[in-house]
Ligand binder design. Structure first.
Ligand code: ADP
Length: 480
């Protein structure tokens, strides 16, 4: 199955963009144009908000049981069409097929999980200080939600927010990344297939800033759920004051990984070489700054370099490929520039950091391991979003915590130790919204996902993710 939509989906109809603009879609592994995409702008956004606003009147009055049936059918559709939709995700994103299949499976799980969780938006009855009064709190769907998402997880990012908002009884105007529209078409197809009524979910593949502005300017749109860079998150925060648009922000990260000297160094080095390069490092919770205890630093550096040099780089369709291309030439250039800057700061590249031999097409980079760094290095300060594993040394727990927390970001952090006391102290001392102890995947459909500091606001997934799209209402009845 190939998506042939290539359009905007507004008020239940696939339509061309108002200004009839087109955008070529490029396969990052081959640099070939794979589709011509209808590219909308603020005019399309206003039409989508009109439709979502009208549909909210009826959708918000449906029961969560009714909404759940639609979401569950959509999940089934994704599972039944997994091969075809994963294929298209590889084409547009470059990620290895196995990762694409895994991501679509999680997207289906999110739809199903929120289908059920929507039934559990429980309020509460609060005992009052007067006999003639009763007070209770209920939750109601917020209204029209704008969902702006990034390209790094073309199915997971939108599925997470759409599923929660729709289950809560909200209607959605979605603007996924223009780099990965094919996956978004398939997600819309799934929900249409599930029986989603017209206007409840609207899709814009469109110019980013004008759509963001149209959302922020329109008081009918109550909230923007955004997954993307801290830079754009700040633009949205500035604009949100215009009509008091509420925001859920999943922004950048710069995750530390603290490796104490009591671990199996070989096993952690091997696992790190996979975890760091999942989706080519283009992950907001990607393990990034590797702080290794000074006693095992050299051993870890040698082992991790060995394993990283064995990773297979290539087109995501090839068997055994671990690392695909970066998403765009711009993204690849920015990672190369960061490496050049680091070299000028006296960093030493232990492996990789160049274009792979004989691969002159595609936005590839040989995965790199870098040493001779400190807290002032560019690789410590910047979110890399690419295939580079920087190594730093630490002396003891307090040194590790001071260095790990020395960042404006606060999304995810990781630590590896077999000592219970160290595990508890490090997990409580890290200033991050997500901490993985002895694991690389501290996330899940049922778990709250959100950042501290400049990594965001609010939470997605888990029951917290549902309430992000609901308003709390106090009902106080007097004179009884
Ligand atoms: P990235 O650089 O990783 O794509 P961005 O934060 O630029 O991250 O993009 C994430 C999402 O935000 C994409 O859908 C993109 O089109 C959108 N976007 C970019 N600029 C703006 C903006 N000014 N207003 C609203 N959305 C934007």
């Amino acid at each position: 199955m190939k998506s042939t939509r290539n359009k905007q989906y507004i008020n239940g109809v696939w339509v061309d963009a108002a200004d009839k603009q087109q955008l070529p879609l490029i396969n990052p592994a081959t640099e070939e144009v794979i589709a011509s995409i209808s590219l909308g702008n603020d005019k399309d956004a206003v039409l989508a908000i009109d439709a979502a606003h009208a549909a909210f009147k009826t959708w918000s009055k449906t029961t969560p049981y009714y909404r759940a049936e639609i979401l569950k059918k959509a999940a089934d559709y994704l599972r039944q069409n997994l091969d075809a939709i994963a294929h298209e995700m590889v084409l547009e994103s470059g990620k290895p097929l196995l990762e694409a299949r895994g991501e679509w499976t999680v997207a289906a799980n999110l739809l199903e999980w929120y289908a059920e969780e929507g039934k559990r938006a429980y309020g509460k009855v609060i005992p009052t200080n007067r006999v003639d009064k009763r007070s209770s709190v209920i939750w109601q769907p917020m209204g029209v939600i704008g969902v702006i998402t990034a390209w790094n997880f073309p199915a997971y990012n939108p599925a997470r927010a759409w599923a929660a908002a729709l289950a809560a009884g909200c209607t959605v105007v979605a603007k996924p990344s223009e780099n990965t529209p094919l996956s978004a078409y398939h997600l819309v197809d799934a929900l249409i297939n599930g029986g989603m009524p017209s206007g409840v979910l609207n899709l814009l593949i469109a110019e980013a800033a004008p759509v963001g502005d149209a959302m922020l300017n329109d008081p009918r749109l109550k909230k923007i759920s955004f997954t993307g860079s801290t830079r754009v998150g700040k633009i949205l925060m500035d604009g949100a004051s215009r009509t008091n648009t509420k925001l859920s922000l999943e922004l950048g990260g710069n995750a530390p990984v603290i490796i104490f000297d009591d671990v199996d160094v070989d096993a952690i080095a091997k696992a790190a070489s996979i975890a760091r390069f999942r989706n080519n490092g283009q992950v907001c919770i990607a393990p990034q700054r590797f702080y290794v205890h000074k006693n095992i630093y050299d051993q870890f550096a040698n082992l991790v370099s060995k394993y990283v040099s064995q990773l297979k780089v290539g087109n995501g369709f090839e068997d055994g490929v671990n690392v695909g291309p970066l998403i765009t030439s711009k993204q690849r250039d920015s990672v190369f520039e960061l490496l050049e800057k680091t070299k000028a700061e006296n960093a030493e590249i232990l492996t990789g950091g160049h274009r792979p031999e004989g691969m002159d097409k595609g936005y590839f980079m040989q995965p790199a391991v870098v040493t001779n760094l400190d807290q002032t290095s560019s690789l410590a300060k910047n979110e890399i979003f690419g295939p580079v594993l920087p190594l730093f040394a630490f002396d003891d727990l307090s040194d590790a915590l001071a260095k790990a927390n020395d960042t404006e970001y606060g999304l995810a952090a990781y630590a590896f130790t077999n000592h219970l006391k160290t595990a508890i102290q490090v997990s409580e001392g890290l200033e991050f919204g997500i901490v993985g102890i002895n694991e690389w995947a501290p996330h899940g459909t049922e778990l709250p996902f959100g950042g501290w500091k400049q990594s965001g606001q609010g939470h997605e997934s888990g029951s917290e993710g549902l309430f992000e799209y609901m308003e709390k209402k106090l009902i106080s009845i007097g004179g009884l």
